[in-house]
Design a protein around this ligand. Structure first.
Ligand SMILES: Cc1ncc(COP(=O)(O)O)c(C=O)c1O
Length: 481
């Protein structure tokens, strides 16, 4: 199946970037098995002071390996994976430690590619290893963004990355969300009513489809289908940032088949989806490894960018992944068992959190939790309109184009009250995507909808207990003033 030619989406920077000449020569060295090279400036591998790398890891045996791992005892099964200098191993140390291709060592790419294909069956896509989703998404912004371009995003999003694009000259256009994530009809409205005076219509959509950060929402299959159709109709690139994909909660119905929401990339017949995955939430954030699934055309561009910047992912992580997914490691069935265990564990934690929330916070009558289906976060709505000093003015509290309510100010006060009580939360304001005030509907200003906190159930039970009882107390204090 051929992908559509989408090269017109490439930024001026990407078009100007030439493949790194030295890396091109270096690639020639792998043309034949016994090519003699007097070309590369690699330190002789005999001088690498590393003979063996080994990792003792959890063994994915038993029904719920994550549950037995977290209650670690002398009997908790472990296994050792690793590599020696000369092998035999999937990726021997002397090879792993050399300079390599921007997409990573072929052995690791192959292992990760098999994993990506097992979950997403992408129609016509290839894998590029990355240093995690932060690295991957910001590289994608550089691939597609010219100064003055407009990009679309969930109206509340992982702001660290959105902010990274602003110095590049990208302007963000927030898409309205509800409790189930981005609303396709609102995306359509933006695209159909685009005012050409603003500049070219947005051509990139950045979205977090599962356990969204910060709202915890997961896009339904139906919404994904509609958004993909809009991407085809309006010629959008979709950057699918999905670090919480493997933290989807299993169905409560034990007889139901394991849930697997089709990703955007699995729908992508055109090559317009660039999917971004991370090992940060599956193995550990310090792994600093992830991968992009994209069309070959965008893969080549990403490799050129990496070749001339970070060069390639680090060898220790590539050894780890190659062995983890290789014949001596978990392989795909073991990996699948582990991530299903993670899904169950996060679901258990979430249920514990929501039970406590019902007792400690909902009983105040001032807040509700929106239950997620994946990820780490509970979007918590504060009934700010019940506050005695809440104000709503038809003319707007900051003029006709500004917000109509004092929601933002009251939420700042509530945040301070929580701090005074000894609790830190993430306020909605830090995740909002600012829109051009000239094109903001005064009846629907995001500043009037900042009455949310992002809370996490990643902490210990004790943290959740103390945190939620403090929140309940903070709400009572705040609403009494
Ligand atoms: C939506 C989203 N994207 C990207 C990242 C960064 O992930 P990584 O550790 O893979 O760089 C995070 C981390 O919290 C995230 O929530």
């Amino acid at each position: 199946m051929a992908s559509v030619d989408l090269s017109h989406h490439l930024s001026a920077e990407a078009r100007l970037r030439k493949p790194t000449a030295m890396k091109e020569i270096w690639r020639l060295a792998s043309r034949k098995p016994n090519m003699v090279s007097l070309a590369n400036g690699d330190p002789p591998n005999i001088l690498y002071p590393i003979k063996r790398v080994s990792f003792e890891i959890a063994s994915p045996s038993g029904d719920d390996p994550v549950a037995s791992w977290k209650t670690e005892s002398a009997n908790t099964p472990t296994q050792v994976i690793g590599a020696t200098r000369d092998g035999p191993s999937v990726l021997p140390v002397k090879k792993a430690m050399q300079y390599t291709n921007g997409a990573g060592h072929v052995e690791t790419q192959k292992a990760v590619s098999e994993l990506a294909h097992a979950y997403h069956h992408p129609p016509n896509h290839v894998i590029t290893l990355t240093l995690g989703n932060g690295d991957a998404v910001t590289k994608c912004f550089r691939l597609f963004g010219n100064p003055g371009d407009h990009f679309l995003a969930d109206e509340f999003t992982f702001s660290a990355l959105v902010q990274a694009a602003i110095p590049q000259g990208i302007k963000w256009v927030p898409v309205r969300m509800d409790d189930r994530g981005m609303i396709p009809e609102r995306l359509e409205e933006i695209l159909t009513s685009w005012d050409a005076a603003r500049g070219p219509r947005p051509h990139v959509l950045y979205t977090i489809p599962c356990g969204q950060n910060p709202t915890g929402s997961t896009l339904s299959v139906e919404r994904r289908g509609k958004i993909y159709e809009l991407a085809q109709r309006f010629d959008l690139i979709i950057i699918e940032d999905d670090p919480y994909y493997f933290l989807q909660f299993p169905s409560s119905d034990a007889t139901a088949a394991p849930k697997s929401t089709p990703s955007f990339v699995s729908l992508d017949v055109d090559g317009r989806v660039v999917r971004v995955d991370s090992f940060s939430k599956v193995i550990a954030p310090g792994m600093r490894l992830g991968w992009i699934t994209s069309s070959t055309q965008f893969h080549e561009q990403l490799v050129a960018l990496t070749d001339s910047s970070s060069q390639h992912p680090h060898a220790f992580g590539q050894i780890f992944l190659s062995e983890l997914l290789g014949p001596e490691g978990w392989q795909l069935p073991g990996f699948d068992k582990w991530v299903r265990g993670l899904g169950m564990e996060y679901k258990r934690r979430c249920e514990f959190f929501l039970d406590l929330f019902a007792k400690e916070v909902a009983t105040t009558g001032f807040a509700e939790a929106i239950p997620p289906e994946a990820g780490m976060f509970v979007w918590t709505r504060i009934y700010v309109e019940k506050h005695p000093r809440y104000r709503k003015e038809v003319a707007g509290v900051e003029g006709a184009r500004g917000p109509r309510t004092n929601c933002k100010k009251l939420m700042e006060e509530l945040f301070d009250t929580c701090l005074d009580e000894g609790l830190v939360v993430m306020p909605a304001s830090i995740f909002k995507v600012d829109s051009d005030p000239h094109y903001t509907d005064p009846e629907d200003n995001i500043e009037d909808r900042l009455n949310y906190f992002r809370l996490t159930f990643c902490g210990t039970e004790e943290t959740m207990r103390t945190g939620l009882s403090t929140l309940g107390r903070g709400l009572r204090v705040f609403f009494a003033n």
